[in-house]
Design a protein around this ligand. Sequence first.
Ligand code: PEP
Length: 256
Amino acid sequence: MLVAGNWKSNKSFNESMEFANAFAKLDAAPEGVEVMIAPPAPYLAAMGATSLPFRLGSQNVSATGPGAQTGEFTADMLAGCGVQDVIVGHSERRDGHGDDDETVAEKVNRVLEAGLRVVFCCGESLQDRQADVHFDKVLRQLESGILHLPAAAMDRVVVAYEPIWAIGTGLTATAEQAQEMHAAIRGWLAEGYDAEVARAIPLLYGGSCKPANADELFACADVDGGLIGGASLDPENFQAVVAAAGRAVAAEASNA
Ligand code: PEP
């Protein structure tokens, strides 16, 4: 299980460091649970130079390499700052910051070339779901974003299914809605690659996941963790989501 926090454009630098200190004092991540936080980009180098109680993630990366690209930061620069994971294709970047399918695919390539792990986001809008094209939409995003990758690269790919209508809205996909989309993604991966690759790729759910609903979502057979926005901003709240992932791991082990 992987529980990943996306702070978006929230928190001052001091608040970020305070979070890391407070989080380190809480229960350590349960066995079988990885924890990642993606703070705002300006804090990455300083945070990466300290000992953190979580993996360090970036919310974005340049689609290009080094050169005359004012304001961009490359995947190699992120790696040099101690970043381990990079979120690519978040709906807030696809919709508001020009990350079209081609750009997203380029960003995926840059992240993997730099030796980092990519957290590839996909998800449908409310209109897509109402028009009953949500499966097509998500599978098309996966096709254009990751299907070009060789199977050997897939051990550094995480997929986050994030229905856009559930992000930051307080609306959450039901466990059934999350499970059926995750099963479709797993099936698509098995067809495009093979059953082993499909089984090994962590599939995260994102969209108003919080302590009150994390147990139910993480209990789904094909949900391997969460990408958490609002509920990752407070150490205790985030730790409660991490603890829910620990319970899911323990339940799975006892059922095996
Ligand atoms: C997100 O931004 O990826 C997200 C899931 O946000 P929230 O948890 O606030 O819905």
